[in-house]
Write a protein that binds this ligand. Sequence first.
Ligand SMILES: CC(C)(COP(=O)([O-])OP(=O)([O-])OC[C@H]1O[C@@H](n2cnc3c(N)ncnc32)[C@H](O)[C@@H]1OP(=O)([O-])[O-])[C@@H](O)C(=O)NCCC(=O)NCCSC(=O)C[C@@](C)(O)CC(=O)[O-]
Ligand SMILES: NC(=O)C1=CN([C@@H]2O[C@H](COP(=O)(O)OP(=O)(O)OC[C@H]3O[C@@H](n4cnc5c(N)ncnc54)[C@H](OP(=O)(O)O)[C@@H]3O)[C@@H](O)[C@H]2O)C=CC1
Length: 408
Amino acid sequence: MEYSRHPLDSHIYLASLCLFLTLLLLLHRCRRHRHRHRHRHRHIPLPPNYAAISSNAVRHVMVPVGVAGPLSVDDRDYLVPMATTEGCLVASTNRGCKALKDSGGARSVVLRDGMTGAPLLRFRTAKRAAELKLFVEDPHNFHALSVVFNRSSRFVRLQSVKCAVAGRNLYMRFSCSTGDAMGMDMVSKAVEIVLGFLKNGEFPDMEVISLSGNFCSDKKASAVNWIEGRGKSVVCEAVIKGEVVKRVLKTTVGALVELNVHKNLIGSAVAGALGGFNAHASNIVSAIFIATGQDPAQNIESSHCLTMMEPVNGGRDLHISVTMPSIEVGTLGGGTELPSQSACLNLLGVKGASKESPGSNSRVLATIVAGAVLAGELSLMSALAANQLVQSHMKYNRSTENCLEKIK
Ligand SMILES: CC(C)(COP(=O)([O-])OP(=O)([O-])OC[C@H]1O[C@@H](n2cnc3c(N)ncnc32)[C@H](O)[C@@H]1OP(=O)([O-])[O-])[C@@H](O)C(=O)NCCC(=O)NCCSC(=O)C[C@@](C)(O)CC(=O)[O-]
Ligand SMILES: NC(=O)C1=CN([C@@H]2O[C@H](COP(=O)(O)OP(=O)(O)OC[C@H]3O[C@@H](n4cnc5c(N)ncnc54)[C@H](OP(=O)(O)O)[C@@H]3O)[C@@H](O)[C@H]2O)C=CC1
């Protein structure tokens, strides 16, 4: 049978072809759009030092940031950014700042500034391990090591090397200034170079078991940081007027002094605390660390704090101090280069390399951390003395006034 083509057939054929091509085009565009959309979520602007994170970056985790202050330390006022999910924390620190400001502010002293790195070495005998210890303790050899160590960076300057022998293991603790950087990567680099120098010189039999042997101690609670210090060792103090204790903190000098002895000193002794002779230094340290791009894991030793409270001026006023031996902060490098974290450092006026002398920005940041901890201690201790803690947490952690609610 002969099949005769209807004239409409070719039109239908052409129209179907066009429709097919249009669908194909739409599908292609749709896929491209989906790819771009996915890519946009994947693309998180991170500085070059974040190459490893960038390659796996998916999203940012948002943490609310509040501002406490003005915090008055060493005659300067700061607005302190705090990133936290603890709904009451900013209000509490803010109250402490107000009590401080109304009493003339706080004063601080930086007692020491040095980051530490601690390799673990092994020898065939304990005698050989001890020989390296004695070698390093000789001033002439120490000088030679310093020259090699300091060559690794424009800012690293070796201050001391402590050695602990355990059997045939040797634990070295190098301590050095690192300018305005927190300094851990700088120290690790310098230590590696010095170990190469020792191995190629007097100690070819030395075995490097690990570049880090825990004597530093990084990101772990330890007595060595509590006693020797790590990063910045800071003391911050203030005299709070009795009238301010009543009006702003809703308690009395006597109640605060008594609570401090029984909670922060005896209570912590009962708990066998290591560096935790305070109420909540870590609340404030963590919040400032996250906001300003510090390494949050270093909150452990950075929160070591001894809080003291004593009556002064015939018992009318309160002397309060926080002694913090290992605040590990930097104003450049690491997470401080991220955009929001940079903005928080700018808010404090300490972003980047200091113009005066290397390290002054990071030392000021450490005094701000200590000052904010002092404010936080004042407020929480007062809330506990006045039996206000639960009531305030029910209000700010559960109500719609909570900053988390606002962000949702
Ligand atoms: C919540 C307060 C401050 C109320 O305290 P209050 O005295 O009732 O507040 P107020 O309304 O009278 O205001 C006094 C000042 O406080 C500040 N203030 C007051 N409210 C705000 C707010 N919303 N936002 C910002 N600032 C606030 C502000 O400076 C204000 O002055 P003003 O500006 O009005 O002249 C107080 O009850 C408090 O500090 N509570 C303690 C909360 C706290 O510190 N929580 C920390 C977490 S607890 C924890 O995690 C650790 C723990 C407890 O387990 C550790 C331990 O001790 O073992
Ligand atoms: N290695 C480890 O074991 C650990 C590493 N870390 C990580 O280390 C990182 C931070 O390392 P860190 O060493 O602080 O920073 P960086 O590695 O970013 O080093 C700082 C850089 O800034 C330069 N620089 C410019 N101006 C200054 C200045 N004024 N003061 C100091 N340095 C300046 C330094 O110069 P130059 O090149 O001359 O030195 C160096 O290149 C974080 O990401 C942290 O998480 C944390 C804990 C342990």
